[in-house]
Design a protein around this ligand. Structure first.
Ligand code: AP5
Ligand code: MG
Ligand code: ZN
Length: 214
């Protein structure tokens, strides 16, 4: 099944994607994670993307569309996948439609994890992520048992460069500008599902699973 996760920065897209992967085995494709890896490796794509990401702006459509085009052709995507953070513009949504058609794939659901902005700054500034395995923590809502160390693999935890209040504000603005059109587009296709993202991660996942299980 092909799933799209929509939702503002900090809504829990990554958190829910990891739970979906664990239960249903669909791989998580996060354009944010792929871009951050490229920045870290210092590739040409990473160098292009870094300025946009640090400013909380969107990386160009061409770059992210190319990422997805290549990624969904890989073998692990043949039974479905989770798009976490893509599409974010109508141009991306329309390219995705073309790609799915070309590959004979059909979109399952678009899950919009909805959380009021007032919750999100704390979620983002308190987020910590494992350098090694990518597992996500929150200093208040889901802390690791030892400060700064991953429970799963012992790796060190880091804070994302774009999780400061200034950049977070810009990311919210960008999301607000782009999201309405995407929501109406997928509603029109009959694929859109609103999920309450304000409860704890397990309860959110119950709602997500209910949609996937139909
Ligand atoms: P991206 O990495 O996609 O960031 P984002 O959309 O801003 O979303 P986040 O990853 O910050 O939040 P999330 O919803 O995954 O939340 P999480 O589960 O971690 O994009 C980053 C940048 O890359 C963009 O700004 C742009 O520059 C570029 N980019 C990426 N995709 C692009 C595209 N398609 N086009 C153009 N540019 C693109 O949760 C957050 C925290 O809250 C965690 O600490 C977690 O533990 C905690 N938490 C989660 N759920 C709950 C809950 N239910 N209750 C309490 N705490 C919770
Ligand atoms: Mg994320
Ligand atoms: Zn880890």
């Amino acid at each position: 099944m092909i799933l799209i996760l929509l939702g503002p920065p900090g809504a829990g897209k990554g958190t829910q994607a990891k739970k979906i992967t664990e239960k249903y085995k669909f791989p998580q494709i996060s354009t944010g994670d792929i871009l951050r890896a490229a920045v870290k490796e210092g590739t040409e794509m990473g160098l292009k993307a870094k300025g946009y990401m640090d400013a909380g702006k969107l990386v160009t459509d061409e770059v992210v569309i190319e990422i997805i085009k290549d990624r969904i052709k890989e073998d692990d995507c043949s039974n479905g996948f989770i798009l976490d953070g893509f599409p974010r513009t109508m141009a991306q949504a329309s390219s995705l439609g073309d790609m799915l058609k070309e590959n004979g794939m059909e979109l399952g659901h678009v899950l919009d994890i909805s959380v009021d902005e007032s919750f999100l700054v704390e979620r983002l500034t308190g987020r910590r992520t494992c350098k090694n395995c990518g597992f996500g923590y929150h200093i208040r809502f889901s802390p690791s048992s030892t400060d700064g160390v991953c429970d799963k693999c012992g790796g060190g935890l880091f804070q994302r460069d774009d999780d400061n209040e200034e950049t977070v504000k810009n990311r919210f603005e960008v999301y607000k500008d782009q999201s309405d059109e995407l929501k109406s587009f997928y509603s029109g296709l009959g694929k859109y599902q609103l999920i309450d993202g304000t409860t704890d991660p397990e309860s959110v996942f119950k709602a997500v699973s209910a949609v996937i299980d139909g």
